[in-house]
Write a protein that binds this ligand. Structure first.
Ligand SMILES: [Zn+2]
Length: 147
């Protein structure tokens, strides 16, 4: 199966065949490496080290799920985000940050509880949802955010 990688350099969508994923693919448009690039249509794991490049410099709207693997509401929210990542594929990039391991970004953004969802446009925070939220409600927040 192919997967669609979003170039972090220019935002172009690159189709990478599954059997070529190990060959260090590059963006067909600008030549930036696609290794570690986010995949469209799914929730991509993210760490503190890559937050700046992936979120603050993103040319696409971004939603980040700050979660902890031991938190019940976070576990309930995970399949909701998977579903919405597929539904809004190509329009919204969704990342998840495990705050049990990656704590610097969560601390910097003043996150006090998980799950916390933060919407970013052009690197700036636009909206924030604290606590688990039903899929329909979250879909409406995403629609409003994307405009
Ligand atoms: Zn590119």
């Amino acid at each position: 199966m192919d997967s669609i990688h979003i170039c972090t350099g220019c935002g172009a969508k690159n189709r990478v065949p599954h059997n070529k994923a190990g060959l260090k693919p590059k963006c067909g448009k600008c030549g930036v490496s696609l290794v570690g690039a986010p995949v469209a249509g799914r929730v991509n794991p993210l760490g503190d080290r890559d937050f700046g490049a992936r979120v603050e410099l993103s040319s696409q709207p971004v939603l980040v799920d700050f979660y902890s693997p031991t938190c019940g509401p976070c576990q309930m929210l995970a399949p909701v985000l998977d579903s919405l990542a597929a539904r809004f594929s190509g329009r919204l990039l969704i990342y998840k940050i495990n705050t049990a391991i990656e704590q610097a970004t969560a601390a910097r953004l003043g996150i006090r509880g998980v799950p916390t969802l933060i919407f970013f446009k052009h690197g700036g925070e636009v909206d924030r949802v604290v606590g688990a939220i039903p899929e329909d409600d979250l879909a409406r927040r995403i629609q409003a955010f994307l405009g």
